[in-house]
Design a protein around this ligand. Structure first.
Ligand code: HEC
Ligand code: HEC
Length: 305
């Protein structure tokens, strides 16, 4: 990563030049003020709604075993090539984007500074994707939330938050294990693994409305499994889950407390947790300690135009 590469990537991320009619940029569906989500169940592209909801880009550079809800992209350089040519999201072609960038008054200089090309014909999709990926890797949150300050020993959590923390990570055997930490580990509050967390009811492995990982691997037992997203900045990323089915965090906690819907490969971490209302409220209080508002105002992530 270089300063010039990141600067170019940030411009491309915010520039609707990547879309067919110059109306949609990456930031349309990944807005800084919403922790790089868009507040919708499904996202609005140039040609309609996407199949699933947008994902937060916080700490996305640390995902090493698949990107997207179903893990279908191996890394950021690969992923960044997809939205411009997605017929719903940006509906453009890279051939066209390359022409637009080569003929642009400013981008040729930006590409030269970032990658040392000596001719505009050196501008191509792969360098664009590399620059965007460099920018995405700067979107980090891991220092400023109350949880992070607590882990560093700088502050103590309120009693309800602390109880939630103990249940989330199953630290105190006298409290119920809320199971969350198995699938949302510290420090990312995500995992590089895929689970069926009981969202979809299915009598067999073949009837999930959205098969998730299974459609990518072709393995039946992967059907209905999805990537757990980060829980950092959760308060800004509603609605929740790949289809935005839960509008509020109390609904999410109720889902987990109940153990979710039945299917043959539902995770063994998913069962009726037998939590009291005040224990559920404690877990909710802990989730809010993962809030880092500095990522929403950090000038380095803002629209540069
Ligand atoms: C029309 C809305 C839309 C646009 C435009 C868009 N995205 Fe997304 N993005 C989404 C949706 C929806 C998902 C989740 C899709 C899925 O997993 O099936 C997603 C997922 C991602 C992810 C995966 C995150 C993770 O944790 O796995 C990354 C990274 C990403 N987008 C980056 C970009 C970049 C870079 C651009 C611009 C080149 C872009 N997006 C343009 C809607 C959009
Ligand atoms: C078996 C693994 C597993 C366990 C246990 C688990 N989760 Fe999840 N979590 C997931 C998966 C997988 C998703 C994404 C599911 C989807 O949308 O298809 C998810 C999604 C979420 C989301 C939605 C995030 C977003 O941005 O949409 C929240 C919030 C959440 N989990 C909180 C919790 C809490 C709180 C607990 C403990 C009470 C918990 N999870 C326990 C696997 C798990």
């Amino acid at each position: 990563m270089t300063v010039d590469g990141i600067r170019l990537g940030r411009k491309l991320f915010y520039d609707p030049i990547l879309s067919v009619d110059s109306t949609v940029s990456c930031a349309t569906c990944h807005q800084q003020a919403l922790s790089f989500t868009d507040g919708l169940d499904r996202s609005q592209g140039v040609a309609g709604m996407t199949r699933r909801g947008s994902l937060s880009l916080i700490n996305v550079g640390f995902h090493y075993d698949g990107l997207f809800w179903d893990g279908r992209s191996p890394n950021l350089e690969h992923l960044s090539l997809i939205p411009p040519e997605d017929p719903i999201e940006m509906a453009e072609t890279w051939d066209n984007v390359e022409l637009k960038l080569r003929n642009h008054p400013v981008y040729p200089t930006d590409f030269r500074q970032a990658f040392g090309i000596d001719n505009v014909s050196g501008i191509d999709r792969h360098l664009a994707a590399k620059a965007i990926s460099q920018f995405l890797r700067t979107i980090v949150s891991g220092h400023n939330s109350r949880y992070d300050r607590f882990v560093r020993g700088e502050i103590f959590l309120e009693e309800n938050e602390f109880n939630g923390y103990l249940m989330f990570f199953n630290i105190d055997p006298s409290l119920p294990d809320a199971q969350c930490g198995h699938c949302h580990n510290a420090p990312l509050m995500a995992t590089n693994d895929y689970f069926n967390n009981g969202l979809q009811e299915s009598p067999d492995l073949y009837s999930f409305p959205d098969p998730g990982l299974g459609a990518i691997t072709g393995i039946a037992s992967d059907n209905g499994r999805f990537k757990p997203p980060t829980l950092r900045n959760l308060v800004f990323t509603a609605p929740y889950m790949h289809d935005g089915r839960f509008k509020t965090l109390p609904e999410v906690v109720d889902h987990y407390a109940s153990g979710g819907k039945e299917s043959p490969n539902k995770s063994s971490f998913m069962f009726n947790l037998v939590l009291t209302e005040s224990q559920k409220a404690d877990i909710l209080a802990f989730l809010l300690t993962l809030t880092d508002s500095t990522t929403l105002t950090n000038p380095a992530f803002k629209n540069p135009f």
